[in-house]
Design a protein around this ligand. Structure first.
Ligand code: SF4
Length: 248
């Protein structure tokens, strides 16, 4: 019995020595004693905290947008459309401006063009809640006219801040206005689509891959097999960039 106790004592002591040794090693090398499960748990917790913080920051921007009157569109809208989606989305879809349905509901891409975008997202094997969807302008231009330069200048900082918070790996610019604005170019969507560009994210920040493709509203108006194939080719490149499988 005594012997057994001695052995147990020794076992305890060995564990203690090993732990002390590891603790010293951790002190000098930064090696963690935590089990993999503990480490994953902590990472998950940290990730969800980061996502929660991003959600709070995005909500602050949405509140600012909802109060904004920086350009004339502020007094013409029914609802501002700040954008919505996952606070740490890997993909951000950016269109031009809200239309009538979006203005009525205060949500982006909810009309027919939005339903088609939902189908594109689903075809990629993703859900709408996995991505973030927004626009260059947060308020609807009357009769869906093109955004004006002064409106873009007033509104763009909101989107730039959203991109800074979300830190997507890929931005998909839907249509010429979004692509030209985000890439600061005058090239046509035909020239821009089909290849990755670099979105300049600000001093000290890594640039973000940007894929330009047709706006789903354009696709609805020009619903040819060729145009659908082009959009799908663009999206397949996005999925490959993200290391995601391409559904058949
Ligand atoms: S379009 Fe943008 S800048 Fe103009 S009022 Fe709406 S939120 Fe403000």
């Amino acid at each position: 019995m005594l012997l057994q106790f001695d052995i147990m004592e020794k076992k305890v002591n060995i564990q203690k020595v090993v732990r002390q040794h590891l603790e010293m090693e951790q002190f000098f090398t930064g090696f963690s004693l935590k089990s993999k499960a503990e480490t994953h748990e902590q990472h998950d917790k940290e990730d969800s905290m980061a996502v929660a913080e991003k959600a709070v920051e995005l909500e602050k921007i949405a509140e600012e947008v909802n109060q904004c009157r920086k350009c004339d569109l502020g007094s013409l809208r029914t609802n501002a459309v700040p954008g919505e989606g996952h606070p740490h989305a890997r993909i951000m879809f950016i269109g031009e401006a809200p239309g009538a349905d979006e203005d009525a509901q205060g949500r982006p891409f909810v009309g027919r063009a939005g339903q088609l975008l939902d189908r594109v997202i689903e075809a990629c094997g993703l859900k709408r809640s996995d991505v973030f969807i927004g626009n260059i302008l947060k308020c609807r231009p009357p009769e869906n006219r093109d955004p004006r330069a002064e409106e873009i200048i007033s509104c763009l900082p909101y989107l730039q801040r959203q991109i800074e918070i979300i830190e997507p790996q890929v931005i998909v610019a839907l249509g010429a206005h979004a692509a030209r604005t985000l890439l600061n170019t005058t090239k046509s969507i035909g020239e821009l689509r089909g290849q990755f560009h670099e979105y300049y994210a600000g001093i000290g920040r890594p640039s973000i891959k940007l894929m330009a493709t047709y706006h789903t509203a354009y696709l609805l108006r020009n619903y040819s097999q060729e145009n659908r194939r082009r959009v799908w080719e663009d999206m397949k490149k996005v999925l490959a960039e993200l290391g995601l499988p391409t559904p058949e």
